[in-house]
Design a protein around this ligand. Sequence first.
Ligand code: TLP
Length: 351
Amino acid sequence: MRTQAPLPPRIDLRSDTFTQPTPAMRQAMATAPVGDDVVGEDPTVCALEALAAETMGKEAAVYVTSGTQGNLSSLLAHCGRGDEVIMGHLGHTFLYEQGGSAALGGIHPRTVPNQDDGTIRLEDLAAAVRADNEHFPISRLVVLENTHNRRYGSYLTPAYTDAVAAFAHDHGMKLHIDGARIFNAAVAQGGDVKALVRNADSVTFCLSKGLSAPVGSVVCGSADFIRRARRARKVLGGGMRQAGIIAAAGIVALQQMVGRLAEDHVNARRLAEGVAAVPGFAVDLSHVQTNIVYIDVVHPDFSAADVAARLREQEVGVFDTSPHRLRAVTHYGIAAADIEEAIQVFSQLFT
Ligand code: TLP
């Protein structure tokens, strides 16, 4: 039983999911008008969904409990049992969502290589598409991730995304984007989020990561697709009642928290440069584009887990993502001074 929550590290670079809601969010939550959202009567949820759809340039949107539920609802809405979804081998949907689309939807996952920049090569997609043959599942959907969590927080460009969408559509497939951090991708490229999804059939984005809302993600797409995604959300247990209490924070997130992501990107770069200069660590600076920094532990006597534990003793939180690799993520709760302090801690760790 969980009786007492452990205290988080003071400089918490484990993830942007650890962000706390802002004072403006708390205020909006306290005063939000609410109703039963399962029958569509929560005005605050409706307002959030309308704002999200408009922001993404899509017809409609549905508020979901999490990025995982958003992706799974989308996959269930696009695919039937025995259909195949093509996704990157390092994608969150493949690695970290319990294989939910297969377990709950009978959807067959087909992985293709993610390149270092998070892209999937069109040649690899072409080789993966199934011919019309009764031995094969039907290729129904391609999933891209923008920014790409395991590929260094790299962003995908509008041109690349358009090319994949065109490929998918030419082959009778749809394109879903796991855009958990799509606003980081947009801000890093000048701010136009619509351009990143204009030819995609659906996108899930998270309110509860860099945008700092306490709960929730939003799926956007055509009205018909969102009707099916909303049904899928319900069977997954995501039909929420007076959810306007939490959706209110999501509205503040979209209105007030997007522009400041640039600060997180500056902090990430500074952290990367600072830690790269410390013997025992290696960071490929060419990979650092947004708010995620992967740090390799190249010291002969320490594993990434050892380093994470030592950092934690000094109030710096990071995740070890493999035996020799750490991930650090910057966000609203991390100031420039925290980054300087974290670099200091890194630099004294092996001494
Ligand atoms: N990622 C989390 C953890 O799952 C590891 C993190 O700390 O980065 N898509 C992407 C690209 C994600 O990074 C995540 C969460 C999700 C989907 C799932 O979102 P939630 O956690 O809201 O289900």
